[in-house]
Design a protein around this ligand. Sequence first.
Ligand code: ADP
Ligand code: MG
Length: 321
Amino acid sequence: MASEFDLIARYFTRAAPAGLLGVGDDCALFPVPPGEQVATSTDLLLEGRHFFSDVDPRALGHKALAVNLSDLAAMGARPIGCVLGLALPRLDEPWLAAFADGFHALADAHGCPLIGGDTTRSAHDLAISVTVFGAVPAGQALRRDGAQAGDDIWVSGELGAADVAYRLLDGQYPADPALLAATRGALEWPQPQVALGLALRGIAHAAIDLSDGLLQDLGHILAASRVGACLEYTRMPVAAALASLDDALLRRAVLGGGDVYQLCFAAPAAKRDAVDAAARAAGARVTRIGQVRAQAGLSVLDGQGQPMAALPAGFDHFPAA
Ligand code: ADP
Ligand code: MG
């Protein structure tokens, strides 16, 4: 029977890059370049709440880190390293090996080595906590509070697929194997937009990553920046796989669907070419979906230019002042 220390050695200990002290001591150590700030964020994923118990462990390892890298992306921070807290209800080595593979593969792809953590037995469910550390030149982070009236509002990637996959897996929609096959990757293998976040420094006024749905998350930028916004529904980059969905479900998925892990950002209209160039350099797709307004509130116009009623849940939480 493997001990806690065997598990850590087998699955979570990798040689740390030069200059970092990784797994094996009481703390990890990493240098902070002069003139830079450390950006840090943590996300807790609970079985049954944030992932299904039978999810592919490789995908889960990927996603546990991806949702954290997405927070660094939203700040325009360059990844330095991460730590992993694991509460395991049982010792399942094939499961752990696959989880670690998914985790390390994404960590390697983003230069974000696992440099520490904690491993413990859980009485019931599986819990995963990841904390990331990144670096950003002092004062240059993309915060939520910098949007200005007249700014364009942009979103990266496509919207809606993760929400549809979640509702299919959760049994809220009738089984549709083709639709699930076309949407599941968006839910289980989100790709954090780190390169785009870095490229938007000095261009975007404010940014956020989409974890709880476009309207809700954009609402956080608007509240922090004390502004409002008007979006155009027909501009939304809807995932092609959703073409057959009925209008109400599609609208809910696109405007309210979570687990997107794309960036929503505000940038001055004078910087449209710079945004396009940044996206090209980062290999990302970006779409202009609306505009920041001085007046508080968030509206979405339909194809006729009329404000849409009954926006997806979460909308009521938006501040009107
Ligand atoms: P301590 O008792 O000082 O907390 P531990 O025995 O918990 O130390 O951990 C030993 C080493 O292994 C530490 O460097 C810790 O950061 C690392 N570690 C423990 N669990 C994990 C994990 N799940 N992922 C990465 N590193 C881990
Ligand atoms: Mg410990």
